[in-house]
Design a protein around this ligand. Structure first.
Ligand code: TXA
Ligand code: MG
Length: 328
């Protein structure tokens, strides 16, 4: 079965919802990255996600919800701080880790006592969730729709490149507006913990919570997006200080390497014949383009991807996090 890319017409969305209810996988756009969806209430369907991605089956998945009323089907508590974040940022690029409800199975939570919930803002994701709910479904479990450890997909074609034949349908919603994954905040201990920086910045979280979330500690829930090596292209990638970039390119090229470059402020030298992408200089647009740029530079024969380091300030936290993992 090849994974067809389909325009999100009403008929296609209804068919996608039927596929999900039948236990099939459907890839769909969200405002962050594309998700590989399965009926979160169907353990066999959830199991297919792990097989398709090549992902260890003890990694918990995010359950995507269409409305606030569904939270109680999945979480046994909705702490005050989590509720405030949901009111402020849902639908949007925020995932809340909450104590799981009794009826929630181990398949979707990786056996943890918590569940990840997110209400996505992309209209196609919302329409799919509504069509799914109309057939009696509740949440759609969806990790990013890439092979395990690889760069997340931000277009329908990226999904097909990674998962050519395991998805019943790939709904095409264009390129994802945010471009990197959701911010994850855990409410499983007394204080909120930031498990993954993402589409919602720390300042925004802090202003709603009235305090900054804690950094993860040894007892925080694990998250696969927090493995050291993740979001990685196939060719090894290196972060290079802007002041050293041109010298590094020249040195490696002279020694016969075929380098590809993701620059930001440094201009391409006229003598350089390889692939060179100049990213937008601001963090939101840099993030929007990041995964497509990494995929674009990750061509056969490329020996190293050199990435110009980005600023060390809070605006760039989520981008720096992804670049650090991509270059591990
Ligand atoms: O933006 C996003 O979050 C995208 C879109 C599709 O929604 N999804 C995504 O899923 O990035 P995934 O599986 O690639 O990353 C989700 C992260 C993983 O690191 C997972 O371990 C963590 O969320 N997670 C999910 N449930 C969890 C739980 N109960 N406890 C701790 N971490 C959890
Ligand atoms: Mg992922």
């Amino acid at each position: 079965m090849s994974s067809p890319i389909v325009a999100p017409t009403a008929a296609a969305l209804a068919l996608a919802a039927r596929h999900l209810r039948a236990g099939e996988l459907v890839a769909f756009p969200t405002e962050t990255v594309y998700g590989l969806g399965a009926d979160a209430g169907n353990p066999e369907a959830v199991h297919r996600i792990f097989t398709a991605k090549g992902r260890p089956s003890d990694h918990p998945l995010i359950v995507h919800l269409g409305d606030m009323a569904q939270v109680k089907r999945w979480a046994r508590e909705f702490p005050e701080g989590a509720r405030r974040l949901a009111d402020a940022f849902w639908p949007g690029p925020l995932t809340l880790i909450l104590p799981r409800a009794a009826q929630v199975g181990d398949a979707v939570t990786g056996g943890q006592d918590s569940v990840g919930l997110r209400m996505p803002a992309h209209p196609v994701a919302q329409q799919l969730l509504a069509a799914f709910a109309a057939l009696g479904g509740s949440g759609i479990a969806a990790p990013s729709a890439n092979r395990f450890g690889h760069v997340s997909p931000t277009t329908a074609q990226h999904v097909r490149d990674d998962l050519p034949d395991t998805v019943a349908m790939i709904l095409d919603g264009g390129s994802c507006a945010v471009g990197i994954e959701s911010t994850i905040v855990a409410f499983t201990s007394r204080e909120p913990v930031l498990l993954r920086p993402g589409g919602i910045g720390i300042d925004a979280l802090t202003s709603v919570l009235g305090r900054a979330p804690n950094a993860p500690g040894a007892d925080s829930p694990r998250a696969s997006g927090t493995l050291d090596s993740h979001y990685a292209p196939h060719a090894p990638a290196l972060l290079i200080d802007p002041a050293d970039l041109l010298q590094e390119v020249a040195r490696r090229t002279a020694s016969g390497e075929r380098v590809a470059v993701l620059a930001r402020n440094i201009a391409r030298p006229s003598a350089f014949a390889g692939a060179w992408i100049t990213s937008p200089p601001d963090a939101p647009r840099y993030a929007h383009d990041l995964y497509a740029n990494l995929r674009g530079l990750d061509a056969p024969g490329v020996t190293t991807i050199l990435i110009e380091a980005v600023p060390d300030n809070p605006d760039w936290l989520a981008v720096r996090d992804r670049l650090t993992r991509a270059t591990h």
